[in-house]
Design a protein around this ligand. Structure first.
Ligand code: PMP
Length: 356
């Protein structure tokens, strides 16, 4: 791992914030230049939060089995993705491997960090193309120099926007093929029946798994994401993050949600039920050509004319995502599974489109 790190990160002397120096209980806190007063009707916002979100991580260990000393909390998993680029990729030199169509932010963060993007597209059925990946990795290894190296590889499983999860065996194969950092983004993991890549952490030191509370845990606005990795990688991510990257109210609300695991499980069952119903119903709509299998809380749907249907739905106040310009996604819309009522509104609008 050390040889993959940017030199400036490997030798970084991290910022030490007041709450790093003292973590116990004290009577008088005069160490962090806070204001003791309270103006907004809550007492939990005038002090800086725990920089390492220990209570949230404890709850993640208890509820989801994510090992306490191998996790870091991010301001959404987006922050953790960006931080991985900043830790490992030398701007203007190193590269990342993406497998389109996939989550668009990977490329944006690569561009922001001036990281070169290499691609091995998924097959037209949105499966991993392992032979092409093997060739690409072998070529990169052969042509690698001290000044340019492939450092990161992202696997999004279940994949956004196609919705399918990849077999864990194939993820394992990629971890053993690639000598850089493999990032498995499991933002939609809860909706899938595929096993988690967290189970591979004992086998591979080059693996980072990402989770988020934005989806199944219904906390998109709280901005709480998690990376799970070797203690060495976690130590690096901790050393370079913003000192107080996740606010106290967000940590609080995350804790509250994790205490409601039973209710969240029921909510998940509801979404899965709606997923089955929506799939059947969508398949019967005339303007729907194909509904792709989904292990997530959305469907990629091929329609007769995506731009036209997108604008038609927009006119009816129904917002979906037009993914037509993504690789292998011609005439495809990405549709989130909403409440029963929302899904019914969508279905009747789509049925009316046929007659519009
Ligand atoms: N990964 C994937 C695959 C996503 O689709 C998203 C959000 N749409 C994220 C990560 C980011 O999630 P957050 O920052 O809310 O944790």
């Amino acid at each position: 791992m050390r040889e993959l790190l940017r030199e400036n990160i490997a030798t970084l002397k991290p910022y030490s914030c007041a709450r790093n120096d003292f973590t116990g209980e004290a009577e008088v806190y005069l160490d962090a230049n806070e204001n003791w007063q309270e103006f907004v009707g809550r007492e939990d916002v005038n002090r800086y939060p725990d920089p390492l979100a220990a209570m949230v991580r404890k709850a993640l260990e208890e509820v989801l089995g994510l090992p306490f000393d191998q996790t870091i909390i991010g301001n959404g998993s987006d922050e953790l993705i960006d931080n991985l680029f900043r830790c490992f990729c030398r701007p203007g030199k190193d590269s990342v491997l993406l497998m389109p169509p996939t989550y668009g932010a990977y490329r944006v963060f690569a561009d922001i960090n001036d990281v070169i993007v290499k691609t091995v597209p998924l097959t037209p059925h949105f499966q991993l193309d392992l032979p092409a990946l093997k060739r690409c990795l072998a070529e990169e290894k052969a042509s690698r120099t001290n000044e340019a190296r492939l450092k990161l590889l992202f696997i999004c499983s279940p994949n956004n926007p196609s919705g399918n999860a990849f077999p864990l065996d194939e993820v394992r194969t990629i971890c053993s093929l690639f000598d850089g950092i493999v990032v498995v983004d499991e933002a939609y993991f809860d909706f899938s029946s595929q096993a988690s890549a967290v189970s591979l952490l004992g086998e591979f030191e080059n693996l980072v798994v990402l989770r988020t509370l934005s989806k199944c845990w219904a906390l998109a606005s709280a901005r709480v994401g998690v990376a799970i990795a070797s203690k060495e990688i976690i130590a690096v991510l901790r050393s370079m993050k913003y000192p107080y990257n996740v606010g106290g109210p967000s940590q609080d609300i995350a804790l509250k949600a994790l205490k409601q695991a039973q209710r969240v499980k029921q909510g998940l069952a509801l979404i899965k039920e709606e997923r089955a119903r929506l799939r059947t119903e969508l398949a019967q709509v005339d303007c729907v050509v194909q509904v792709f299998d989904s292990d997530a809380n959305f469907f990629l749907v091929r329609v007769t004319d995506a731009p036209s249907i997108y604008h038609y739905l927009l006119g009816k106040g129904i917002i979906v995502r037009n993914r037509s310009k993504e690789m292998h996604c011609e005439n495809c819309l990405r549709i989130t599974i909403g409440s029963k009522q929302e899904n019914d509104v969508l279905l009747s609008a789509l049925k009316e489109y046929e007659h519009a």
